[in-house]
Design a protein around this ligand. Structure first.
Ligand code: SAM
Length: 226
């Protein structure tokens, strides 16, 4: 998979060299390139923002540098992802869809966001997803891109060492995952549930399913409505 990220803070993505994402890049499962939006500016100050039409606080990202940069990156198979608190909320289903893609392009907004004509323009020729990390406002799209990328890349075959570990996770079957334990058997007066020690696979499966259901009811009852 090829991933292009456009940002005014390229060093934000130095963290991609760490951990699983770094491993994926090293094994060529994914090819990530970071692009500085300011490289597409023409004025001496390399300005990427201006005051909003209609007035109001804050600045809006100008469309021209985005146009120049995205024209050079988007191909026929590209999906353009624009992080925004006003977008559709990112989910495991979306991560699965993106993991099946061949080219993702991320446009990281800052200030009050990107001039709306940028999304409008590329929607005429490409799949464009305005995507939100959740119901809160960040300062920029970079943190959202890191989260979306990590959730997506770990679903690419070969990314996670043991693919079995992906099967029973939260959100895979519409429920949250059951609680997990490891050694020691007893810690600070808290014991590992007896059923997990007995080796009865059917009893363990049933116990885990019930705990999953309980946890989902308690923390995310909205998931059970679906
Ligand atoms: N004025 C915008 C609004 O109210 O919808 C918020 C702009 S926010 C301060 C600046 C940038 O941060 C956005 O363009 C987007 O890239 C990113 N951002 C903020 N919150 C986000 C969220 N919940 N999910 C994804 N991206 C977010």
């Amino acid at each position: 998979m090829k991933v292009d990220i456009v940002t005014i803070f390229p060093t934000f993505f130095d963290v991609l060299d760490v951990s699983l994402l770094g491993k994926a890049a090293a094994t060529k499962l994914v090819d990530v390139a970071i692009h500085d939006l300011r490289d597409a500016t023409t004025d001496v100050h390399k300005s990427v923002d201006d005051t909003p039409y209609g007035g109001g606080a804050g600045m809006v990202m100008k469309p021209e540098p985005w146009g120049v940069t995205l024209d050079g990156l988007l191909g026929d198979d590209s999906i353009l992802l624009v992080p925004s608190p006003a977008g559709v909320v990112f989910s495991q289903d979306m991560a699965r869809e993106l993991a099946a893609g061949s080219h993702l392009v991320f446009a990281c907004g800052r200030y009050e966001g990107i001039d709306s004509r940028v999304v409008e323009h590329y929607q005429q020729t490409h799949r464009v997803i305005e995507v939100s990390l959740g119901d809160y406002v960040l300062n920029g799209g970079e943190v959202a891109v890191l989260a979306i990328l990590e959730a997506t890349l770990r679903l690419i075959p070969g990314f996670v060492g043991n693919p079995e570990s992906l099967v029973e996770e939260s959100h895979e079957a519409g429920l949250l995952e059951y609680p997990s334990y490891t050694k020691p058997r007893s810690w600070r007066g808290l014991d590992v549930p007896e059923v997990l020690l007995g080796g009865n696979h059917e009893a363990i499966r049933q116990w885990r399913y019930e705990r999953s259901l309980e946890r989902t009811k308690r923390a995310r009852p909205d998931l059970l409505e679906d």
